[in-house]
Design a protein around this ligand. Structure first.
Ligand code: 5GP
Length: 193
């Protein structure tokens, strides 16, 4: 087991409905030492990619993206969730269905912060069905930029997002891939990588 898998076993809580709760170290209280190791690992896995910007989605991607960005020496742009229909023309927009909240959000990025010159690493905390990533990919495409790689902390391998994104040809790296989890026993099974 790697350092993130060990932490999931120690502090993760398996909930009903295919939800893994990791709010004591990843997406509510945040363990910055752990994030730093994640940043180091993403830097190693994407060593051959030429990355000049990190893009993530609010809220829980932001903390991880900021620490990862230190390892790449690049800025972070996060897609903002917006319910407003009153959006002016200076933004890229994508529609994203929320896995945890079961609602649809428009996410926006200002055209000032993403362009055809950008070589982007997408970062997020979880990959489930892939809606958040598809929205971010669409925004980078609207800008004419290039998605050089995708770094995920925890992929739930029994949901279809990872397969879809890999089939599209993206270089996707997940630090932990959960292939099964049991809310009764709390057991989490990881994919050998
Ligand atoms: P997707 O868009 O891939 O279906 O879901 C990814 C998004 O939903 C992530 O940004 C994450 O915030 C949230 N998410 C999906 N599955 C889980 C989960 O098991 N636990 C938590 N805490 N968040 C999740």
């Amino acid at each position: 087991m790697n350092f993130l898998e060990e932490r999931i076993v120690k502090d993760g809580v398996v909930k009903k409905g295919n939800v893994l709760k990791v709010d004591s170290f990843l997406n509510h209280q945040m363990d910055i030492e752990l994030f730093d190791r994640m940043g180091e690992e993403f830097k190693r896995r994407f060593a051959n990619e030429n990355i000049n910007k990190i893009v993530t989605i609010e809220a829980s991607g932001i903390g991880i993206a900021c620490i990862v960005a230190r390892h790449f020496g690049v800025p972070v742009v996060f897609a903002k969730k917006s319910q407003s229909i009153n959006i002016d023309g200076d933004v890229y927009i994508a529609e994203v269905e929320s896995f945890t909240h079961k609602c649809k959000n428009q996410v926006i990025v200002s055209k000032k912060f993403l362009s055809a010159d950008d070589h982007v690493l997408l970062i997020d905390d979880f990959l489930a069905n892939g809606y958040a990533l598809q929205g971010l990919i669409s925004i980078v495409q609207q800008a004419g930029g290039t998605v050089e790689g995708i770094g995920i902390a925890i992929e739930k391998g029994f949901q279809y997002g990872g397969r879809t994104i890999r089939n599209l040809g993206y270089h996707l790296e997940s630090l932990a891939i959960v292939d099964g989890m049991d809310p009764e026993t709390g057991e989490v099974i990881f994919r050998e990588q």
